[in-house]
Design a protein. Structure first.
Length: 124
């Protein structure tokens, strides 16, 4: 059994409390001077996984923006909790990216996220 760092244990605990739903959504994110584009591959009421070959470091705060439907874009703040680094040529490196926990959600945004997760869960 491998050792887990504290962030991974937290990510596992979050994952169990808030079931994740598979999605394929475009996301723009910004941190300090970086502005990047990637894809969300799963979402829950508490966070997302962003597939990218250049993940930010754990602890990095990001401004995230994605448009899951016609009700307009969701703009949220997130913190990188864990990273699966990109390792070219490694057969077990199928999903490089970063796990991001939402922070500072207001009630309206939290409600929109819960509804979004329910809708995707129903469709899958």
């Amino acid at each position: 059994m491998g050792l887990k760092v504290k962030g991974e244990q937290l990510a596992d605990a979050e994952h169990r409390r808030a079931p994740r739903v598979l999605v394929d959504l475009e996301v723009d994110y910004a941190s300090e001077d970086n502005y990047l584009f990637a894809y969300i591959t799963n979402i829950s009421a508490t966070g997302i996984f962003v597939r990218t070959t250049s993940p930010e470091q754990p602890g990095t705060h990001l401004n995230l923006r994605f448009s899951p439907d016609d009700s307009g874009p969701l703009e949220v703040e997130g913190e990188v909790i864990w990273v699966n680094p990109y390792r070219p040529g490694t057969p077990d490196n199928l999903h490089p990216g970063m796990g991001i926990r939402f922070v500072g959600l207001d009630d309206d945004t939290r409600d929109r996220l819960l509804e979004l997760v329910r809708r995707f869960a129903y469709l899958s």
